[in-house]
Design a protein around this ligand. Structure first.
Ligand code: UPG
Ligand code: MN
Length: 835
C-alpha cells in the first residue's frame, strides 16, 4: 500500500495489517496481488500503481479466545459498549491482537463457568463482528457519497475487474457481457465495471468470520445452564411427494431431529405432508415406535449421527466411541425392521392398519385437513423424546397453496397454537441432523441480551452425503460453504438458505428491528380471524410462551388455521411468514428480514450440522437449477463472430488481449486454489466449473423463460420438487453409473445440445477457413476460437451424450431439434452480414 494517500478509516487499516500478518488468512491475498503484478508487468497505462489489498475480517477462533482470556483478566473491558446501536469498533482489542501469534496458542479456551460469562463473550463476538461490518458499511457510504480517496476507488475497481470481468467474459453467463463489450471497445474498463452491488458482494466474500472455535466451548458451558432457562424449539420438516421423496428418507430426518441433544420436553417436531400420503403417515407412526428405543440409545452411547440409516450404513465416520456396544442395538434395529417395513409398504402398498381411515379415497390435490398428534411426551419425561405431529393442510383445486412457503406458513400457525416455541428450526425432508448439538449451537447465538436484538436467524451450513467422487454434477457447494457463506457475515449476515435454519418466531411474524414495541397491534390485525392465534402471536411478540400442557388439547383450534381459506384477507405470504410468489421463497424471505434491519449468523460447526442428498443424474440437476435460476445467458457470441468473421474479443496484437487471457488464467487458478484449500481435488474443481457453464446455459435459461412467462402473466411458476434418489441400502449395485450424466426427453437439454453443435460447427468452419471475408479487415481471431474450444470442453458430457445409448445418450428428437436451431442460427448470422 502506498501509505500517505490512503485514508481508510484508521481501524480498517489496522485490520488489514492484521490480515497481512496472519498466516491463516494470508492466502486470500495471493490472488489480487498476483493479478495486479502481472497487469503491471504488462504495463497497462491506466493501471493503479499501488498494491491492492484484500479485505478479510480477522475474527478467528484464536482472536476470540484471546478476547475471552482478556475478559477474564479484566471484566471491565468494553462491557457496556455492546448495547449501543452503533457498535464500537474493535479498538479495545488492540492490545491483545498486536501481541502476536505466539501468545494465541498459549491462551486456553475460555472455561466460562456461569451464564453471565457466556453472555459477555457472545456480546463481544457480536460487537467485534458488527464493528467489522460497520467499517465496511462506512467505506461503502464514503464511496457512494463520492468523497472517497482515489486510491480506494482504484482498489475497488481492481476487485471489480478481477471478479466481475473474469466471471462475465469467461463464463458468458450474464448480461454484463454487454458492458464488457462496450468496455473492451473503448479500453476504458473501469467506468463500466463499478457498481455498488458488486463492491458489496466482492468485499463481503472476503470478510470471513468464524464462530466455530468459540462455539465448542460455548456449547460446553451452555450444558451447565439450568434446563428451565433453555427455550422451547419447534422443528419443521416439509415433504411434498411420497415418490420423489421416499418416506424412508423423511423418517430418518425425523428420527435424527427427535434424538438431538436438548431437553426433549422442550422440543416438538411437525411434519407437513403436501403429498397427503398414507405411506408417509404410516412411516412416521412406525418411526415413533422406533424412537422409543432409538433416542435413549443415542443418549446412552453418545451416538454422533442420529439418523439410523446413516448410523447403520457401516460408514465408520458415523460411529461414536460407544458404538462397539451397539450390536445389541443392531439386533433391535433388525427386529424392528423399520427400514424393511417401510420399504415393503411402499412396494406392495401393504400397510399395516394404523388408523388410516382418514386417508381412504383421498385425492392429494383436493382434500380436507389431516392433523394428527402421533406422539406426545405427556409426562414431560426428560428421557422421553419430543412430540411428533403430522399435518397435511387442506388442498382445494381452485386455491393456490404456494408450495413450500405455504406449507411453512401453515406449520407456523399450527405450531403457534400447539407449542408456540420462540424458535423454529426448518429442514427439508432430506436434510438429517448430522451433529446432535445443533440446537445448542444455535442457542449460543440466539440467546443473550444484546444478540437478541440483532440476530434474526441462524443458518447452518449445508452439506451432502454420499457425494460422488469429484462432484461430477457440481452441486456439493463446498467452496460456497467454506468461503462465500462465511464471507457474508460482515454485512448483515448470510442468506436464508431454506433448510437448516433457526428462526426467531416473532421476526417471522414481521417484527421490525427499529420498531419493536409499537407495531405489535398492526401485526395482530394481519394474522387472520382466529382469536387463539392472535393470542399466541401476541405472546410470541412479547417473548412469552403460552404453551398448552398437551399438544392434543389444541387440535381443534389448529384445524381452523390450516384450512386453505384461512389466509384470505390476511397478510400471510406478504408481510407475515414465508413470502409467496417465488419458488425460491427462502432467499426472498431472508432478504425481507435483512431489509428490516435484522442480521443473521452463519454457523459451520464440526461435525457439520446437516447433511442432505444432492440430486444426481442430468434431469434432476436441471430441474433444481432451473428453479434457482433467474439470469439469462449469452453463449453465442464467439460462434457468431467466427461465422461472420468479426470479433468481440481484443485481437492478439492488442494489449487488451493479454488482459483478457491473464484474467481468464488467474480466475481459474484462483478458483482452483479455493478448491484445493477446501481439501477438494482438481477434478472436483473442473467438474464444478463445467457444471456452472452447463447449468447457466441450459437450466438457467429455462428459469429465465419461466420467470418471463410469469411476469407476462402467461403462466404461474411451479415448484418442481427435486428428486431425492438416494437409497438407504449401502450396497454398491447402482454405483456403476454414478456420476455419469443422464439425459431425458426434456426440452431443458435442447439449448445445451444446440450450443455444443454450434460450437462444433464453427470450429470446423474456422479450421477449414470457410469464413466470409471480414468486414473491417480484422475478422475473428484466436480469442474467439479459444472460447469455442473452451465451451466444447465444458460441454464434454453433452458431447459424450451425442454418442451415448439409453439414458446416457441425448435422445434423437432432442438432437434433431437442436440441429434445426443450429441451421437457423447459421442462417441468421449470415443474413446479418449480407444485409
Ligand atoms: O409444494 C411443495 C413443494 C416443496 N415442498 C418442500 O420443499 C422442500 C424443498 O424442495 P426440494 O425439491 O428438495 O428443493 P431443493 O432445490 O432441494 O431445495 C432448496 O431450494 C428451495 C428453493 O428453491 C428451498 O425451499 C429449499 O429449502 C432448499 O433446500 C422439500 O422438503 C419439499 O418437500 C413442499 O413442502 N411443498
Ligand atoms: Mn432438496
Amino acid at each position: 500500500m502506498s501509505g500517505a494517500s490512503i485514508s481508510f478509516p484508521h481501524l480498517f487499516l489496522r485490520s488489514l495489517n492484521e490480515v497481512h500478518r496472519s498466516s491463516a488468512v494470508g492466502h486470500a491475498l495471493i490472488y489480487p496481488i498476483f493479478i495486479h503484478r502481472i497487469l503491471l508487468f504488462l504495463g497497462l497505462a491506466d493501471f493503479p500503481s499501488s498494491e491492492p489489498v484484500h479485505v478479510v475480517g480477522p475474527l478467528s477462533a484464536t482472536f476470540l479466545r484471546q478476547r475471552a482470556a482478556l475478559l477474564r483478566a479484566d471484566p471491565s473491558v468494553s462491557r457496556g459498549a455492546s448495547s449501543s446501536s452503533v457498535p464500537l469498533p474493535p479498538s479495545s482489542t488492540g492490545a491483545v491482537e498486536t501481541s502476536g501469534g505466539a501468545a494465541a496458542t498459549d491462551v486456553p479456551p475460555p472455561t466460562t463457568s456461569d451464564d453471565s460469562d457466556i453472555r459477555r463473550t457472545l456480546d463481544h463476538v457480536l460487537t467485534a463482528q458488527t464493528a467489522q461490518g460497520q467499517v465496511l458499511v462506512d467505506i461503502l457510504d464514503e464511496i457512494r457519497g463520492g468523497d472517497f480517496i482515489f486510491d480506494w476507488l482504484e482498489l475497488v475497481e481492481l476487485f471489480r475487474l478481477y471478479l466481475g470481468a473474469s466471471l462475465c467474459i469467461l463464463s458468458f453467463s450474464s448480461c454484463h457481457i454487454v458492458f464488457i463489450l462496450l468496455a473492451l471497445k473503448s479500453l476504458n474498463w473501469f467506468r463500466f465495471l463499478i457498481s455498488p452491488r458488486y463492491i458489496r458482494e466482492t468485499l463481503a466474500t472476503f470478510l470471513s468470520c468464524s464462530y466455530c472455535g468459540l462455539c465448542e466451548s460455548l456449547v460446553r458451558s451452555l450444558r451447565r445452564v439450568p434446563e428451565v432457562e433453555l427455550p422451547l424449539v419447534d422443528m419443521f420438516v416439509t415433504t411434498a411427494d411420497p415418490v420423489l421423496e421416499p418416506p424412508i428418507i423423511i423418517v430418518n430426518v425425523v428420527l435424527s431431529l427427535l434424538a438431538v441433544d436438548y431437553p426433549s420436553h422442550k422440543l416438538a417436531c411437525y411434519v407437513s405432508d403436501d403429498g397427503c400420503s398414507p405411506l408417509t403417515y404410516y412411516s412416521l407412526v412406525e418411526a415413533s415406535k422406533f424412537a422409543k428405543l432409538w433416542v435413549p440409545f443415542c443418549n446412552k452411547y453418545n451416538v454422533q449421527v442420529r439418523a439410523p440409516f446413516r448410523y447403520f450404513s457401516g460408514d465408520d465416520s458415523t460411529k461414536s466411541s460407544g458404538s462397539d456396544t451397539s450390536s445389541n442395538f443392531q439386533q433391535e434395529w433388525k427386529q424392528m425392521k423399520l427400514g424393511a417395513k417401510i420399504v415393503d409398504a411402499v412396494q406392495n402398498q401393504n400397510i399395516v392398519p394404523c388408523d388410516l381411515t382418514v386417508f381412504s379415497e383421498i385425492d392429494r390435490k383436493n382434500h380436507p385437513i389431516i392433523l394428527k398428534v402421533i406422539w406426545e411426551n405427556k409426562e414431560g419425561l426428560l428421557d422421553g423424546f419430543p412430540g411428533l405431529v403430522y399435518l397435511s393442510r387442506e388442498k382445494r383445486p381452485n386455491h393456490s397453496h404456494h408450495y413450500k412457503a405455504g406449507a411453512m406458513n401453515v406449520l407456523t400457525r399450527v405450531s403457534g397454537l400447539m407449542t408456540n416455541a420462540p424458535y423454529m428450526l426448518n429442514v427439508d425432508c432430506d436434510m438429517y441432523a448430522n451433529n446432535p448439538k445443533i440446537v445448542l449451537h444455535a442457542m449460543c447465538l440466539l440467546l443473550g441480551s444484546n444478540i437478541e436484538k440483532e440476530i434474526a436467524f441462524v443458518q447452518f451450513s449445508q452439506a451432502f452425503y454420499e457425494g460422488l467422487k469429484d462432484d461430477p454434477y457440481g452441486n456439493q457447494l463446498v467452496v460456497m460453504r467454506e468461503y462465500m457463506a462465511c464471507g457474508f457475515s460482515g454485512l448483515q449476515g448470510c442468506f436464508y438458505r431454506g433448510t437448516g435454519c433457526f428462526h426467531r418466531r416473532k421476526i417471522i411474524y414481521g417484527l421490525q428491528l427499529d420498531n419493536i414495541a409499537s407495531v405489535n397491534e398492526e401485526i395482530l390485525k394481519r394474522v387472520g380471524s382466529s382469536k387463539e392465534l392472535m393470542k399466541s402471536v401476541a405472546h410470541a411478540l412479547k417473548g412469552k410462551t403460552n404453551s398448552p400442557d398437551h399438544l392434543s388439547n389444541s387440535i381443534d383450534t389448529a384445524y381452523q388455521v390450516a384450512g386453505c381459506g384461512y389466509e384470505h384477507g390476511t397478510s400471510w405470504g406478504r408481510q407475515l411468514g414465508w413470502l409467496y410468489g417465488s419458488t425460491t421463497e427462502d432467499i426472498l424471505t431472508g432478504l425481507r428480514i435483512h431489509s428490516k434491519g435484522w442480521k443473521s449468523a452463519f454457523l459451520c460447526p464440526n461435525p457439520l450440522a446437516f447433511f442432505g442428498c444432492a440430486p444426481s443424474g442430468g434431469p434432476a440437476v436441471m430441474t433444481q437449477q432451473k428453479r434457482w435460476a433467474t439470469e439469462l445467458c449469452y453463449a453465442f457470441l464467439p460462434q457468431y463472430c467466427i461465422i461472420t468473421n468479426s470479433h468481440f474479443l481484443p485481437k492478439a496484437q492488442e494489449q487488451a488481449f493479454y488482459t483478457a487471457i491473464v484474467i481468464f488464467v488467474i480466475y481459474h487458478l484462483y478458483t482452483l486454489s479455493e478448491y484445493l484449500r477446501a481439501g477438494l481435488s482438481v477434478r472436483a474443481w473442473w467438474n464444478n466449473q463445467r457444471m456452472a457453464r452447463i447449468t447457466t446455459m441450459t437450466a438457467w435459461l429455462f428459469g429465465f423463460l419461466s420467470v418471463t412467462l410469469k411476469l407476462l402473466r402467461i403462466s404461474e411458476t411451479v415448484f418442481e420438487v427435486t428428486k431425492k434418489d438416494k437409497s438407504t441400502s449401502s450396497n454398491g449395485a447402482h454405483d456403476v453409473d454414478a456420476g455419469r450424466f443422464t439425459f431425458d426427453e426434456s426440452p431443458v437439454f435442447v439449448p445445451g445440445t444446440t450450443i455444443l453443435l454450434v460450437h462444433l460447427t464453427v470450429l470446423v468452419v474456422s479450421l477449414l477457413n470457410l469464413q466470409p471475408p471480414a468486414h473491417d479487415g480484422l475478422g475473428s481471431g484466436l480469442g474467439e476460437v479459444l472460447c469455442s474450444v473452451w465451451l466444447v470442453l465444458c460441454f464434454w458430457p453433452f458431447l459424450k451424450g451425442l454418442f451415448g445409448k439409453g439414458k446416457h445418450g441425448i435422445p434423437l428428437s432432442t438432437i434433431c431439434k437442436s440441429a434445426a436451431l443450429v441451421l437457423l442460427f447459421l442462417h441468421l448470422s449470415r443474413m446479418t452480414i449480407m444485409g
